[in-house]
Write a protein that binds this ligand. Structure first.
Ligand code: SF4
Ligand code: SF4
Length: 380
């Protein structure tokens, strides 16, 4: 029996009115529920205490440099694609104190932050975002040095995934095999189904914790027809991705065209604002900042999210090593799709499309790669 068949054989159905008990069960187990919510004209991630705080009956329209909310009539709870936030803000917060040192006679004492990690239940994690979390796991936990703060947050976290019922115009997760079907890495996974007056969630569990939570929520075994409906929704989503990215030989392609004039063309448009790195769920660069108080008694070391689009990021003694916009854009895109493979053995991109939507001038990495490919015929 394949994994998919096994999941189908154990899948359940939760009726729409009973979903609130899922959140109640999570709260009773000590979790703070974090999920999508409407804020300042976008769907972002924040604390969601009740199902009614989800963006019920809302959707979005995305294009290069454009994001708009719109109503939908069916009252769907998860009827939109990903917004400007990603889960990395809860796994590796953009600003974090690493340690502080206090003057102590002739020496000093280093004081580590012993605050227990937050217990977050992430609600509505999409397939591309699960892949992004796996990538962050490789970065922070997979090397010779483990980031213990990330590790503690990750272990305390529970994930309620959601299969995508629609693809956005800037989505291309299917091209990079990161979605839209959720295949693992979750505690519970939901597929929202709305047919006429019927509104329910097909649910599978992926861990013992997921089984325990589901046991608190009224549910029944899914019928074969309900499972077929759920599978059809995700299959349909896969066929409506707004973008595609051909990944075959992409590393060699980018290395071959390191000096291509296309980099000059994109640099003329790029504002080097760094938006693409801030919204990207896998961009993880940071800088370290030391401070002291006015009395010289306490020194602190802080970690702050940084971006390869700043000149300061590559500053080494004599100046910035990537002084031009061309050098910085090329570094970012080449890292995502080529050098990431050398570093971690995978692509650094999960096809979420955020960098396309939230780029103020609509620069699109899929178009940049396609342009290089178009002139590459016969050279591979
Ligand atoms: S590609 Fe777009 S989002 Fe990224 S730095 Fe350039 S202008 Fe900003
Ligand atoms: S590079 Fe762009 S499309 Fe790829 S994961 Fe980052 S934000 Fe998403």
């Amino acid at each position: 029996m394949s994994v998919h068949e096994e999941r189908r054989s154990t899948a359940s159905v939760i009726a729409r009115p009973d979903l609130s008990q899922l959140l109640q069960s999570l709260h009773a187990r000590g979790y703070t529920t974090i999920g999508p919510r409407l804020e300042e004209g976008a769907i972002v991630y924040g604390e969601v205490a009740t199902v009614d705080e989800l963006p019920v009956g809302w959707s979005d329209e995305q294009e290069g440099g454009s994001y708009r909310l719109k109503h939908r009539a069916d009252g769907a709870l998860f009827g939109y694609t990903v917004g400007p936030h990603s889960w990395k803000r809860f796994l590796c917060p953009p600003v974090r104190k690493l340690w502080q040192a206090r003057k102590d006679g002739d020496g000093f004492t280093v004081e580590q932050d012993e605050t227990p990690p937050p217990h977050y239940a992430l609600i509505g994690v999409r397939a591309c975002e699960l892949r992004a979390i796996q990538i962050l796991d490789d970065i922070y936990l997979g090397g010779s040095t483990v980031d213990t703060d990330y590790q503690r947050r990750r272990q305390a976290m529970l994930i309620v995934a959601v299969n995508c019922g629609q693809a956005g115009n800037t989505c291309f997760c299917a091209s990079v095999h990161a979605g839209p079907h959720v295949t693992g890495g979750y505690d519970l996974a939901l597929t929202e189904v709305i047919v006429a007056e019927d509104h329910f969630f097909v649910v599978t569990t992926g861990s013992g914790r997921g089984d325990e939570v589901l046991a608190d929520v009224p549910h029944r075994p899914a019928t074969s027809a309900e499972l077929d409906m759920a599978d059809a929704i995700v299959a349909e989503t896969a066929h409506h991705m707004g973008r595609t990215l051909e990944t075959a030989g992409i590393k060699a392609l980018l290395y071959r065209h390191f000096e291509h004039p296309r980099w000059d063309e994109v640099a003329e448009r790029c504002l080097t604002c760094g938006n693409c790195t801030m919204v990207c769920p896998t961009c993880f660069c940071f800088t370290v900042e030391d401070t002291t108080d006015l009395t010289g008694t306490v020194a602190e070391r802080w970690r702050r999210a940084d971006s390869c689009f700043t000149t300061a990021f590559s500053f080494i003694t004599s100046g910035s090593q990537r002084a031009s916009a061309k050098a910085r854009y090329r570094q970012w895109l080449t890292h995502k799709l080529a050098t990431w493979q050398d570093q971690f053995g995978t692509l650094g991109c999960v096809g979420c499309g955020r960098c396309i939507t939230w780029c103020p001038v609509g620069i699109d990495l899929t178009a940049e790669v396609a342009a290089l490919r178009a002139e590459d015929i016969g050279q591979s």
